[in-house]
Design a protein. Structure first.
Lengths: 277, 184
């Protein structure tokens, strides 16, 4: 869909003509709607936005937007997004994916993306399961989730992505719920507008392999406390909540990492001179 | 309550924030447009998963909402008002009253579930307009809200009748021995 030079795009102008193939009832539909609403809210234009993903159900998201997209290698969305943002700081860069892609296969990239604090936004649609491959336990799966592929549960302590993000240096840490389309759009818009690395964990139910997650809508609630810029306080709050407090939980003021671009590159002989004895 | 029927759990707004007739008309129009678009999205999801019966039903519901939207657009034009992009009627910070978030859907859902979603949507609208009638707004606004409440109540009654004619889903309607696998 083309967007005229004058009119600001509406949320639907950020959606492509490709129809999502997610299971009906999947929270990712709502996250797509929230993301496009956030873009419209920020008066962005599709040609100035890049959406980067890895592999998984939720990683199909770039194809469903009308922005530039990169559906990349499993777990490597943040590596690609970081390179893109550093090379093209004029673009709004959003990385998107799931809990398996982001916290397991891409776990190391997650830590270092937080640490580097490049000005991009990472939206993780967390459903506590590998949905694309039919329901294996993921890093955020509850240890006692009993299913055919992990009888009796894995017994393994789940990953706490918000605390990890905070400890690793993310400048903006939030939790959202896919069932609240408008609220999630607001949080994503704030994340994009915030300089530095912004991490938004969206609880996004997988109703096919985790039908009990339909109950999340009764469990989520707005965070009872205001956003803090004190990482220690934020960590304490996140570590002691039950995982259903929604809102911006930490917003710091670290300067984003952005190396200078456009500098003249050294020739090979100039580089060799540096090694001359 | 069945898995697919839990989507209508949103509470109706306690105090509608609509101040004028113009506001009410244009936001009601936006509400109907948003509802029609969402039903079309649901239909597309069902078509993709070959649940054609429910897809056809969602298309029908989209068509009904679109007719309501067209009618409201005519009212707006008759009053010399723009048919612009207003915020849909609803609680601040939420989607429109007649817009389901979609998390009640399932690829094996039945027409009964789809109608139940529609019923919850219409019930929210009735509750909203009734609260507006009983509120402290201008008389003309409350009069129009009364008309809307009556219309939405009719929709609720129609849906209840429709549901009564529709077979209830089997207990194991969501059972699938081989759940979908998404191709990368």
């Amino acid at each position: 869909m083309s967007v005229s030079a004058e009119a600001l795009p509406a949320a639907k102008d950020f959606k492509s003509d490709a129809k999502p193939v997610w299971c009906p009832g999947c929270g990712d539909y709502s996250v797509l709607t929230s993301l496009t609403r956030a873009f419209a809210q920020l008066a962005l234009r599709p040609e100035n936005v890049a959406v980067v993903s890895g592999i998984g159900c939720s990683s199909r998201l770039p194809a469903y937007t009308n922005c530039y997209g990169f559906h990349g290698v499993h777990g490597r969305a943040l590596a690609v997004a970081t390179g893109l943002k550093v090379a093209r700081p004029d673009l709004t860069v959003v990385a998107a994916g799931g809990d398996g892609d982001g916290y397991s296969i891409g776990g190391n990239h997650f830590l270092h993306a937080c640490r580097r604090n490049v000005d991009l936004t990472y939206v993780v649609m967390d459903n506590h399961v590998y949905g694309m491959t039919k329901g294996q336990a993921s890093p955020t799966t509850e240890p006692d989730w009993d299913n055919a592929l992990a009888p009796g549960g894995t017994g393994v302590r789940p990953f706490n992505p918000l605390v990890i993000a905070l400890a690793s240096g993310a400048n903006f840490v939030a939790r959202a719920f896919s069932g609240d389309v408008v609220g999630t759009a607001d949080i994503i818009a704030k994340a994009i507008a915030s300089p530095g690395f912004s991490f938004v964990e969206v609880l996004s139910p997988c109703i096919t392999f985790r039908p009990e997650q339909r109950g999340w809508k009764e469990s989520v609630r707005p965070s009872p406390v205001a956003t803090t810029d004190d990482p220690a306080r934020a960590a304490r709050r996140i570590m002691t909540d039950d995982g259903f407090n929604i809102g911006v939980l930490y917003h710091g003021n670290r300067k984003p990492y952005q190396p200078p671009i456009g500098q003249k590159r050294k020739t090979l002989s100039e580089i060799e001179q540096g090694f001359a004895l | 309550m069945s898995r697919a029927s839990r989507g209508g759990g949103r509470k109706p707004p306690a105090a509608p924030e609509v101040g004028t007739v113009e506001d009410l008309l244009s936001r009601a129009h936006a509400m109907e447009v948003e509802a029609a678009e969402r039903y079309d999205e649901f239909a597309a999801q069902m078509e993709l998963h070959s649940n054609l019966e429910v897809a056809a039903l969602f298309r029908k519901l989209a068509g009904i909402e679109r007719k309501h939207a067209d009618s409201l657009a005519s009212d707006l034009r008759a009053r010399g008002l723009p048919v612009s992009a207003a915020a849909p009627l609803g609680t601040r910070g939420k989607e429109g009253l007649e817009t389901d978030s979609g998390e009640s859907l399932h690829y094996l859902m039945t027409p009964y579930h789809a109608l139940d979603i529609a019923l919850q949507n219409e019930r929210r609208a009735v509750a909203f307009f009734t609260a507006l009638v009983e509120g402290a707004g201008p008389a003309e606004l409350r009069e129009l809200a009364k008309e809307f409440a009556r219309e939405e109540t009719e929709h609720v009654e129609l849906l209840i009748q429709w549901l009564a004619r529709t077979p209830k889903p089997a207990k194991d309607w969501a059972y699938d021995p081989d759940e979908p696998r998404m191709p990368e």
